[in-house]
Design a protein around this ligand. Structure first.
Ligand code: ADP
Length: 210
C-alpha cells in the first residue's frame, strides 16, 4: 500500500556527503511505508559479506570513486523490482550522475512509473565536512579519511549536483534547508512534501498522528 493521496510515494533524496540524507531518508521512508534503497549501504553490505559484487566494488568505494553506472543501475533496477517497492520507494545515493538519471527514468518508464519528488538537502560545505569528520570518529568508515572525503565531495559537486537541474526542470525538486536539529529538518521535509499533496500516514516524531 502506498501512503499518499495520489497513490504513490516515489522519492529520491539528494545532498552532499554529511548532509544527513541517510538519516532523513530512513525517517521519510518509514513514514511513507516504503523501503529506503541506499546504494552505498547495499555496496557496503556486499563488501562486508565478501560477495562477488563486494569484491568488485571494494577498491572503488575505498577510493571514493563511483562504481560503474551499468553495475549500479542493474543493482537498483533489480532492487526496485522486489515486491516491497511496488507502491513506492525512497532512493538515497542513486542516481548520482546524468547516466544514472537516464537509466532510472528508463526503467521507471518501462513500469509506467515516475518519481513524485526529489528532496534536495542543502548544507553548506563547511558544515558537511565538519559532520563527516565527526562521523569518521564515530563510525570508522574506511572512506571517511580526509583524502577520500575530498574526492567524494568533488564528485558530488561535479557530477551529482547537476542532476538537480534536470529534476528542477521537471518541477520535482523540493529544496530543504538541512541546517538545524534532526527533528526540525525532518519536519521541513514533511511540510514541503505535504505542500505537494504527498502526505505520510505517519509524519514523524513531532506529535503527528501515528
Ligand atoms: P556518500 O554519499 O557519503 O559518499 P554512500 O554510502 O552513498 O556515501 O556511498 C558510498 C560509496 O558507494 C560511494 O563513494 C561510491 O563508491 C559507491 N556508490 C554509492 N552509490 C553509488 C552510485 N549511485 N553510483 C556509483 N557509486 C555509488
Amino acid at each position: 500500500m502506498s501512503a499518499t493521496s495520489n497513490g504513490s510515494a516515489r522519492f529520491l533524496i539528494v545532498g552532499p556527503q554529511g548532509s544527513g540524507k541517510g538519516t532523513q531518508g530512513v525517517l521519510v521512508a518509514e513514514a511513507f511505508g516504503v523501503p529506503q534503497v541506499a546504494t552505498g549501504d547495499i555496496f557496503r553490505a556486499n563488501v562486508s559479506g565478501g560477495t562477488e559484487l563486494g569484491k568488485r566494488v571494494q577498491a572503488i568505494i575505498e577510493a571514493g570513486d563511483l562504481v560503474p553506472d551499468a553495475l549500479t543501475s542493474e543493482l537498483v533496477r533489480d532492487r526496485l523490482a522486489q515486491p516491497d517497492a511496488a507502491g513506492g520507494f525512497l532512493l538515497d545515493g542513486y542516481p548520482r550522475n546524468r547516466g544514472q538519471v537516464d537509466d532510472l527514468s528508463g526503467f521507471l518508464a518501462g513500469r509506467g512509473e515516475a518519481l513524485d519528488a526529489v528532496i534536495e538537502l542543502e548544507v553548506p560545505r563547511d558544515e558537511s565536512i565538519a559532520r563527516l569528520r565527526e562521523r569518521a570518529v564515530q563510525q570508522g568508515r574506511t572512506d571517511d579519511t580526509e583524502e577520500v572525503i575530498a574526492n567524494r565531495l568533488a564528485i558530488y559537486e561535479r557530477e551529482t549536483a547537476p542532476i538537480l537541474d534536470v529534476y528542477r526542470e521537471q518541477g520535482l525538486v523540493v529544496r530543504i534547508d538541512g541546517v538545524g536539529s534532526l527533528d526540525e529538518v525532518t519536519q521541513r521535509i514533511f511540510d514541503a512534501l505535504a505542500g505537494r499533496g504527498l502526505v505520510a500516514e505517519r509524519s514523524g516524531g513531532n506529535g503527528a498522528a501515528a
